[in-house]
Design a protein around this ligand. Structure first.
Ligand code: SF4
Length: 227
């Protein structure tokens, strides 16, 4: 347990402590997170702005054709997959709840909120966790590609899928550190622990990293594996 605390401390020192200070409404966050799937943050932001500038209410998106939605979000990529996904989710929420609103999820425990969100096609654990973490500040650790890769190299998890890592990592990072851990691991994966050629010689975590310990004698800076 002290090792994960040390990792959290070092990440906070390096990238700054992140505190949740409010997010989008739950439904907005869900649509935003779907738009963020398999694209960059800048492309996602442009797609979300284009969508919300084009339709004044989520009801209008639910009633639009898939082609109309796809045209508004194409800047974000995968529009032909995301447009029907968004329309279906909006229609399902309106059908089940009678209106397009998810704020009532704030009254549910995290597990029940996750279960509800995972019931939609196209919503996996990462997306559901992001919605609860960013919209409500809940300590539900989202495991994206960076959190997954860096956690495997650090030996925090075994060689398991990102989906399976949600439970394992969620069990070792204390609730009060989940938000900062997630954001700082993403920053670390983008800036230092790259998929190819991690910059181990510049890494604040290297004294705690079995990947570095196993590779430093063969290659001092950058080891080249792709997980
Ligand atoms: S020492 Fe290398 S492999 Fe380990 S976390 Fe740092 S950059 Fe990643």
């Amino acid at each position: 347990m002290s090792r994960i605390i040390s990792i959290c401390d070092l990440l906070d020192e390096c990238y700054g402590v992140k505190k949740w200070d409010g997010g989008l409404p739950l439904l907005d966050e869900l649509i935003y997170t779907i738009l963020s799937q398999n694209t960059s943050a800048s492309n996602c932001n442009r797609a979300y702005k284009s969508l919300t500038d084009s339709f004044d209410m989520w009801d209008a998106v639910a009633d639009a054709t898939v082609e109309e939605i796809a045209a508004r979000i194409k800047v974000g990529g995968l529009a032909n997959i995301k447009a029907p996904r968004i329309k279906n989710i909006l229609q399902q929420i309106r059908s089940r709840q009678g209106k397009l609103d998810l704020q009532w999820l704030a009254d549910l425990p995290d597990e029940e909120g996750m279960k509800y969100l995972l019931g939609f096609d196209g919503v996996g654990k990462k997306t559901a966790a992001c919605v609860l973490m960013f919209a409500l500040g809940r300590p539900v650790l989202a495991v994206d590609t960076h959190v997954h890769r860096v956690s495997m190299r650090l030996g925090l998890i075994g060689n398991i899928s990102a989906d399976a890592a949600h439970e394992q990592l969620g069990g070792i990072v204390s609730a009060d550190r989940v938000y900062s851990f997630h954001l700082n691991m993403v920053a670390h994966g983008r800036q230092i622990c790259h998929a190819r050629g991690p910059k181990c010689s510049e890494c604040v975590l290297r004294d705690l990293c079995p990947y570095w310990a196993a590779n430093k004698t063969t290659k001092e800076a950058g080891c080249g594996e792709t997980y």
